[in-house]
Design a protein around this ligand. Sequence first.
Ligand SMILES: NC(=O)c1ccc[n+]([C@@H]2O[C@H](COP(=O)([O-])OP(=O)(O)OC[C@H]3O[C@@H](n4cnc5c(N)ncnc54)[C@H](OP(=O)(O)O)[C@@H]3O)[C@@H](O)[C@H]2O)c1
Length: 339
Amino acid sequence: MTTITNRQYYLAARPNGAPTPADVPYRDVPVDEPAEGEVVLRNLYISLDPAIRGWMGDDPNYIEPIALGDAVRASVIGRVVKSASEEFAPGDVAMVMGGWEQYTTVPAAMCSKLDESAGIPLSYFLGVLGPTGLTAYFGLLEVGKPKAGETVLVSAAAGAVGSIVGQIAKMQGARVVGMAGSDDKCQWLKDELGFDEVINYRSCGDYAAAISKACPDGVDVYFDNVGGDILDAALACLNKFARVAVCGWISTYNIADAPGPSAKNLWQLVANSVTIQGFVVIDYMERFPEGVGQLVEWLMAGKLQFREEVVEGLDNILPTFLKLFDGSNSGKLVISLPE
Ligand SMILES: NC(=O)c1ccc[n+]([C@@H]2O[C@H](COP(=O)([O-])OP(=O)(O)OC[C@H]3O[C@@H](n4cnc5c(N)ncnc54)[C@H](OP(=O)(O)O)[C@@H]3O)[C@@H](O)[C@H]2O)c1
């Protein structure tokens, strides 16, 4: 019997700043036969998410840190190549929390079967129809709670989550203002996604002044993807009873000993009776079928546009992951491992 070799990128050391090849080296290991109830997936797509950087550290988080020596954790979509479960046959396609590796061996009970016959690109189940779209959907509608006529400000607006947030906010009848890091991204938001106003935060100068100018009636909902100084500036522009949906703080993830956001404008929470609430998408797990159903409907109706950047090859995974932190990604970032 021929042994299958699995290349995997694993966590050798907790990064201090941006992860390096020494923190995340690779090794080639044999793929074992699945134990009773397990399947072996040949991964086709690996999702690259900013959250992975958090799991590489050991600060308290919403899930356990990646253990040193383990493959870097990520959502994957793969084809079953070996099955010791009645639920899956070789050839089936499944999505599961796997790793930065060619083959993932997991209990079948943790896998969600995907239907290839629907004609939807499989990678979309990691993006617009997966955790990314669901984060935007539940974070905006359940935490931000925008009403028609209100102003919604979203940061990292041209990113995977942010671009969907803005489009859903438009569908609620809100005025939508996006902040992004390049003129090209801003133009895409305005010309193609229908954002009402955009701010290139790299060239705008004073953030609070730029937000005030783009939001002359103030901000009712701030969907925060970045934290740091942009969060602080947004706090200074909030209306009475505004909501801040804290989705992520990507500006801090690679800062060694991150100081957290400046608290300068936190008093605005009191001054304007503001609600600020963090969330993680898995808070809404029981409602995922509802969210996916709505996202599919919008996508099929042409009401939702979605950009993804698919980079081929496992050996490109670390440099590709780092694109999330310098803004050189264009939409949802995915590694593909063609069959
Ligand atoms: N709470 C949850 O359940 C949940 C789930 C998914 C994602 N998230 C969070 O959502 C946020 C966006 O994630 P995503 O997957 O959609 O990634 P993404 O927005 O597609 O990519 C990250 C983007 O962040 C921007 N960025 C990077 N460093 C920045 C900085 N220092 N200041 C301002 N912007 C910066 C870059 O865009 P520019 O070119 O515009 O700078 C980059 O393209 C992250 O904070 C992530 O942790 C949370």
